[in-house]
Structure formats: C-alpha cells, structure tokens
Design a protein around this ligand. Sequence first.
Ligand code: FE2
Length: 286
Amino acid sequence: MSEIKYRPLTPTFGMEITGVDFSKELASDDIALLKQLWIDASGMLLFRDQNITPADHVRLTSYFGKVQDDIAIQAPVLAHYLLDGYPEIYRVSNKKIDGKPLGREDAGTYWHSDGSWMQQAPRGSILHAIELPSVGGDTIFNDMGAAYDALSEPMRTMLDGLTAMHTVLKAALESSYAKEYAGKLDQAAQKSATKPVILRHPVSGRPALYVNPGFTSRILELSAAESDAVLKMLFEHSTRPEFLYRHQWRLHDVAMWDNFTNMHFAVANYKAHGWRLLNRTTVLLD
Ligand SMILES: [Fe+2]
C-alpha cells in the first residue's frame, strides 16, 4: 500500500508530500498519484530529504512527462551551466571554480514563468537543493489559477480571448538575462511567442492568468497604453500576498512547479551568506 501523504502549503495551492523516496524507483500507482497531486496542488509540490543522484533526478522527472534534454539547443547561452554528462540538468549557483561559474548565478530574480516565450513552453521545472547559504536564497511561487479566480467577472470576460507577446528581449533588457544576452539582443528578440492571456491548462483544463513580468511585453489586441496599464494591474494583482508561497530551502529539498499555473521569483539576497547550488530539470508535456 502506498505510504504517500500530503498536506497543503497554502489555502489555495502547494502541497508537501511525504512517504516518497526518489532514490528508488517508484511503483506505477504511486507515480499516478503524484501526477494527480501535481494537478490538485495547482502546480507546486515539495518533497523533503531527497538525497538523490543526478540520475535519480532525471528518473523522477520522467514520472511527470518528457524530460527536456536539448537545453543547450533551445538556449545556447545556458549550455555552459549544464552538469557534465547530463544534458537534462542545468545548474543554478553562485559557485565558481577557477573563476568560471558553476551554474547560472542570477537565474530568475524576477517574476516569471519558465519558457513562456517558447512556442511549446515547458510544463514543469524540478529543483534539487544540493548546497545552501546559511540564510536567504528563498524562492517565491504564486498561484495563477487563484489569481484568475479572484478577478471580477467583467475583467475575466474582457481578458478571455486576448493574446500577449512573450519575449526574452524583455528579460534581456530589464532583468538578469542582460548578462547572457549582452551584445546578442537580436537573438533575444527572436525568442518570442504569442500566448493567450487566459490559459486553459493543457492537462486539467483549469483557466489561469498567463502573463508574467519577466517575458510578457504586450497584449496585442490593446493599444500600447492600454496594454501597459492592464499588464501592470495584472502583475500587481497576481503577486498579492494571498497568492504566494515563499519557500525556505532545506538541504535535499526537491521542489517542482507547473509553469502553466505558477510564476516564481528567486530572491537574490544570499551571496554574503554562502554558496548555493541547485540542480534543475525541465518537464515537457507528454
Ligand atoms: Fe525560472
């Protein structure tokens, strides 16, 4: 019998799961349950005390969908942050060896949804905490489904059917992607896609807001001034405290989220307090 148990992390989203050991292969009924909980938790799952190898990390990722193994092709600027021998694992870290960064230091220090600028955005991302500073370096997640539900009916009606431009150029100009895309802004501009402002989740069908400050530059059907005003309102609305879960990392936490339901924000306040190393995999829709 399955030993999997879960408790909510906030009233609307996020679950902490116990009774799972990702260092071993899981039974198929446990995998089915975890996939269902990923939906039920509106995207955010947390597993504590998972002392896993990179191979375990890739295997657990495969339980939830197709494991992305072409990061170096999709985002060549990230290629040198991949773990040797594991094209599926991308490192987030402030560590340096011989002056060379081990991982991407300032990854995601702004609200965003991973890969929303891609034609086929990845569904999920899974982080494993390997080394942590003594304090700081939290990651904040939000619930875009609850944010959508809390909009007034006239606002939901107006937004439904609208589309928005998502582009890496915005992140390259305004946030930490500036380092990676310095002198390559033409490349960043080409990385763009048009997405519905209200996204029906491809698995659950549940509607959620799908605009993010990191990559969403314009609602295409509105004038520039209207788009700026509506996006500003939606960004403020969707990051209100009642839609947030702030995760304080512990060693060997595995935390995952669903980019179609959650935004996230990496708090870059830890560099005076030690090294941080997280391994990350990416889950594509099956
Ligand atoms: Fe991210």
